[in-house]
Design a protein around this ligand. Structure first.
Ligand SMILES: [Zn+2]
Length: 408
């Protein structure tokens, strides 16, 4: 995969900037794949060059090769903008995952994410980056506008974040205000579309014995999720949402990107006929991944240090809001070994119980509106909750679940 990323950088800080950090997470993913997956021993990513106005720029790696500190040709003063061009050659691993390709339905699918160079998030006076975690996430991205041109064989349907059009093997993309960009391409995709609140939902799936029901169920769950989460939290920022049937090898439910979710269960495209459990997990996975459009993609957070904000909220939205759990019951105890998912969900459920549905919903809408297309921390979330309910019960709950270091 030949990648050429022109990155426009604006200095929004009060000080001049002489270096910027570009992240190429593919480097860490491929290092992991070389070790853990057969057939990927020689898969690498190489920086061909980094330039500004055709002039080569010096760079150095920080920690590992996924963190690239680039010297700007001249110091960037506050408010000023510049452009750098990052050219990378990246192999796509043979792997059923968010970055990889696999054989499917007599053809192929390419899940392309965690593999495009991007400008790291600069926050609180430093570049933020974290080590790769194959089971979790380590992206540090600010919301940006993307324009892309993708070249693929004509037999492939190319699905991306934002709005795209394909003609003669060239896909042109405009994606405004997106936090992360992903591409999924397959030469066997079927597509079926519907609408919810004026938003176009495109479901990409494979032919097969249970395909018709899978398609209806995935679309209906997306429609219901969009309607429900819009009512509860606030508006979805984009005009489209794409769902791709993108099997992963593990028991992962899917993966979220702005305007695109991969639905990862490894069943429908391969099984002769689906079971009730398979259908149940379509509902769980689609509602969870669509909830991430609200929490992570629209209201961002650091998904490495505070996953309870995005994963906890997606899990809560899937299990409590989507399933219409009654408010008058004390939520049952969850397995707290999995802190980000279940600890987070349990915390939000108890918070909703203590505050009452009306006050909780008001606080959530306030949180969503305040940090819409921005980034929040745990401390920001707690401040909004306390603004709406500063009772002893709520404060005690916060103390019980969240380390005081977030509340300073
Ligand atoms: Zn999730």
């Amino acid at each position: 995969m030949q990648e050429s990323a022109m990155i426009t950088i604006q200095n929004n800080t009060a000080k001049p900037i002489t270096q910027v950090m570009v992240r190429n997470i593919a480097s860490e993913v491929l290092t992991y794949d070389q070790k853990h997956y057969k057939g990927n021993k020689n898969k690498t990513t190489t920086i061909k060059q980094i330039t500004a106005n055709q002039q080569k720029l010096a760079y150095e790696f920080k920690g590992d090769e996924s963190n690239i500190l680039v010297d700007l040709p001249t110091s960037l003063t506050p408010g000023a903008s510049t452009q750098i061009n990052v050219e990378v050659q990246t192999d796509v691993p043979w792997r059923k995952d968010r970055f990889g390709y696999q054989a499917i339905a007599g053809g192929k699918i390419y899940n392309l994410s965690f593999c495009f160079p991007y400008l790291s998030d600069y926050r609180n006076g430093k570049w933020n980056y974290h080590p790769y975690n194959d089971e979790g996430e380590n992206r540090n991205l600010a919301v940006s506008d993307y324009q892309a041109e993708i070249y693929a064989p004509k037999s492939y349907k190319v699905v991306t974040s934002g709005e795209s059009h394909t003609k003669d093997g060239k896909t042109t993309v405009v994606a405004k205000d997106v936090r992360d960009f992903a591409i999924v391409a397959s030469n066997k995709f079927k597509v079926s579309s519907t609408k919810a609140n004026g938003i176009k939902i495109n479901n990409y799936y494979y032919a097969g014995k249970s395909a018709k029901i899978y398609n209806q169920l995935a679309k209906q769950t997306a429609v219901d999720s969009i309607k429900l989460f819009t009512k509860k939290y606030g508006p979805y920022p984009y005009s489209e949402l794409d769902l791709t049937e993108s099997p992963f090898g593990s028991d992962t439910g899917g993966m979220e990107y702005s305007g695109l979710v991969m639905i990862a269960q490894d069943t429908f495209a391969r099984k002769k006929s689906a079971s009730k459990e398979d259908y149940d997990s379509v509902i769980e996975n689609v509602s969870h991944e669509v909830a991430h459009q609200w929490f992570f993609n629209t209201v961002g957070n650091d998904e490495y240090t505070e996953p309870w904000l995005d994963e906890g909220m997606a899990e809560f939205s899937e299990d409590i809001i989507f399933d219409l759990s009654p408010i008058n019951k004390i939520p049952k105890k969850y397995d707290e070994t999995d802190t980000a998912y279940n600890g987070g969900k349990s915390f939000y459920s108890l918070l909703r119980y203590l505050m009452g549905e009306k006050k909780f919903d008001q606080a959530m809408r306030d949180y969503y509106q305040t940090y819409y297309l921005k980034q929040a921390t745990g401390k920001d979330f707690i401040a909004i909750i306390k603004k709406h309910d500063n009772s002893k019960a709520v404060n005690d709950l916060i103390k019980r679940y969240i380390s005081p270091k977030y509340l300073q």
